[in-house]
Design a protein. Structure first.
Length: 303
């Protein structure tokens, strides 16, 4: 299932590999991933790291890459592959072996009928739902999950604190990426909170449309700095419409325990506030993922 968020794309050069040359490095299905081809295949002990086509995901992937390089591993980067379906295909065909993911939305990708919502329950269910040939490492305290947001003026005007407070407001237009319209996060609004609404596919312009008043509610990922810089109000979700989505490394089962040890240390050090700060460095300070990752690892004593 696609990742839903406002996107601020950061251009990064991608070093990639030919999928056929890597077929023996991971698991089975002959699915292909995106990205440019390199002229030489990596050695069999090279760790190939991929990222989604989203700046925050790329920053985490670069942190993984530099942490592994600092521990003596050879790393190849294959960033900006695409969204979740392309990432999973790239893991399954051996094009990549490691990528940052998010527990709740990844669980929904594998199990659309899951009833897990809390961080621990989602992680436990995800460990069982991940298909053969793949596994998740330790989840991080850092979260980056769907959230419904309104402007401060709209919240004050309607005395809004939680999603349920939207019930009875009309007209009510929700905005987000196109796929949100068919996801439980929107389709179950009436069932869970008694909210009737229409949908507008706003994608990367969600916050702009929200601020302009063209939509009343926007789906914005919780680690997006625009929530703070635009003074948005995130509506509470007491009934668990949204699944907890902690950052979690998704890897091929061919990845060694030593690699897992390095990445698990990174996950333990990454906090919710820390992830927002990293995103600010990208979107506001316009720093490269490489520089952001290097500084963070030094600050954490991990490189």
């Amino acid at each position: 299932m696609s990742r839903i968020r406002t996107r601020i794309l950061a251009a990064v050069g991608a070093a990639s590999v030919a999928a056929l040359a890597l077929a023996g490095c991971a698991s089975s299905d002959p699915l292909t991933g995106g990205g440019a081809e390199s002229s030489a295949a990596p050695a069999s002990d090279t760790i190939v790291i991929g990222s989604q086509d989203y700046y925050s995901n790329e920053i985490i992937a670069e942190i993984y890459a530099q942490a592994l390089e600092g521990d003596g591993f050879t790393v190849e980067r294959k960033f900006n592959i695409g969204q979740r379906d392309a990432i999973i295909a790239s893991l399954q065909d051996g094009t990549i072996q490691l990528t940052p993911e998010y527990t709740g939305n990844l669980l929904q990708f594998f199990d659309k009928d899951t009833t897990a919502t809390t961080s621990d329950d989602v992680y436990a269910a995800l460990q069982k739902a991940v298909p053969s040939g793949l596994k998740v490492l330790d989840q991080s305290p850092a979260t980056d999950q769907d959230s419904y947001n309104v402007t401060a003026a709209f919240a004050e005007q309607n005395n809004l604190k939680s999603i349920g407070d939207l019930a009875g407001i009309s007209p009510l237009v929700f905005g987000g990426a196109p796929e949100l319209e068919t996801r439980p996060y929107f389709t179950k609004l009436k069932e869970v909170y008694g909210v009737d609404a229409t949908f507008s596919a706003t994608a990367a312009t969600t916050v702009d449309e929200l601020v302009a008043g063209n939509i009343q509610v926007g789906n914005v990922y919780s680690a997006d700095p625009l929530i703070k810089t635009q003074g948005l109000v995130t509506l509470a979700d007491p009934k668990g419409l949204f699944l907890a989505s902690n950052v979690v490394p998704l890897v091929s089962t061919s990845v060694s325990d030593k690699v897992a040890d390095v990445i698990n240390k990174v996950s333990a050090a990454l906090t919710p506030e820390g992830l927002v700060a990293l995103n600010v460095e990208s979107t506001v300070d316009q720093k490269s993922s490489k520089d952001i990752a290097s500084a963070w690892l030094k600050e954490q004593g991990l490189n």
